[in-house]
Every structure is written in C-alpha cells, then in structure tokens.
Design a protein around this ligand. Structure first.
Ligand code: FES
Length: 106
C-alpha cells in the first residue's frame, strides 16, 4: 500500500526559482507562473508545446504516465527524451525536479 502525501514540491534546474510546494494532484499549469518558475505556458491543454519540461528527478511518489495525446506531442517535440513531459498535463503526485525545455528541442 502506498501512502500518498497531501503536498509535493517542484524544484527547478537550474535553480532559478525556489521550490514550489503544491497540494497533491495539482496541475502544474494552474500554479506555476513567470513569478515562481521558469516554465512558460501557452494553450494549457497539451497542443502547443510551450510548456515542454524534462523531469530530472521524481521522489516520494510517481507521476502518472503520459496519456496518448500527450505522448503523441512528446514524440514530435522530444522524441529522444524519455523524461520529457508537458507541464500542463502533469498532476503532481511526487516531489519532482524539472528543467524547462520550451521549444529548445525543436
Ligand atoms: S501549454 Fe500548450 S502544451 Fe502545455
């Protein structure tokens, strides 16, 4: 049996901003902003790729796998990066360290 915590943290690489602590299950796009993170968002529904990130560390839990629609976008935006995710599609269920990729991999 896994014990789910009520909150998890998002830290950034490089450490441009302090870690952000969010309630379990929070969608990153609802809480990360230009004030508290390096991640930029556009559509917030998984179609523009602006929020492309790499999950460098995942601790004290496990993120859900990318759904088929997200996986299709990731196959286009970052085909060689198995740690790539769209931040707007991530619900926080682990402490994570992320690096913003944006459009860098296009
Ligand atoms: S903000 Fe457009 S894909 Fe995430």
């Amino acid at each position: 049996m896994t014990s789910e915590r009520s909150a998890y943290s998002v830290s950034f690489s490089p450490e441009s901003h302090p870690p952000v602590r969010l309630a379990s299950g929070s969608n990153l796009s609802e809480y990360l902003s230009v004030e508290n993170s390096p991640v930029l968002f556009g559509c917030r529904n998984g179609v523009c790729g602006t929020c492309l990130i790499e999950v460098q560390e995942e601790m004290n839990g496990r993120l859900r796998e990318a759904a088929d629609d997200e996986r299709e976008m990731l196959d286009i935006l970052a085909p060689d990066n198995p740690r790539a995710r769209l931040a707007c599609q991530v619900a926080l269920c682990a402490d994570i360290k992320i690096r913003y990729l944006g459009f860098a991999s296009l």
